[in-house]
Design a protein. Structure first.
Length: 188
């Protein structure tokens, strides 16, 4: 037992933890951004060797802003944007400087490759000339108290805990009844 403890302590100091090592330029971190706008949900995927800290989408200006943080000098990222979310002529800015990444498009997605230098915090803004291509805006239906079947704001009479409790009690009664029936048949 003593030797196992000593061996464990030695391993703690000799094995380097994975989080303690630097990222290589080839490491790909995958970030999935769920953008909810005008009643639709879109998934934008960023694969990069830098970290996505935050993002913002403004439907009025047709703009996606990415807030990035990098520990590397040479940064590489690949962004996949659905063409129904943003389309048309794109304008890119990296830290308020016009930027020209590689763009490959088909009828479903735009595949954008970023390559830039500079460690630390960076901001990339992507502006499209078209928004919701081929889709109509969905206006949410307001919950009307007089004419609606459901109560307002999702307030229901039962909760998950009371429903579960009823099922547990029912299962307990069924098990006890089953045991009593089996014992009566075994005695005969």
């Amino acid at each position: 037992m003593k030797s196992l403890v000593i061996f464990s302590v030695i391993l703690i100091f000799t094995v380097t933890p994975a989080y303690g090592q630097l990222l290589s330029d080839a490491t790909g971190l995958i970030n999935r951004m769920d953008i909810q706008t005008s009643g639709y949900g879109f998934e934008v995927v960023l694969t990069s060797n830098f970290d996505l800290v935050d993002f913002n989408f403004d439907k009025n200006s047709k703009q996606l802003i990415l807030y990035l943080d990098s520990g590397l000098e040479n940064n590489l990222g690949e962004l996949v944007i659905p063409s129904t979310l943003l389309n048309g002529d794109f304008t890119f800015y990296l830290n308020d400087q016009k930027f020209f990444p590689k763009i490959q498009s088909n009828e479903k997605v735009h595949f954008i490759t970023f390559e830039f230098t500079g460690s630390g915090s960076n901001i990339i803004s992507i502006t499209g000339s078209e928004y919701l291509v081929g889709l109509d805006e969905i206006t949410p239906i307001e919950n009307n108290l007089e004419n609606d079947f459901l109560p307002p704001d999702g307030q229901f009479d039962t909760t998950l805990t009371t429903d579960s409790f009823v099922w547990i009690i029912g299962a307990g009664i069924a098990i006890v009844s089953g045991i009593i029936v089996v014992k009566k048949f075994v005695k005969k």
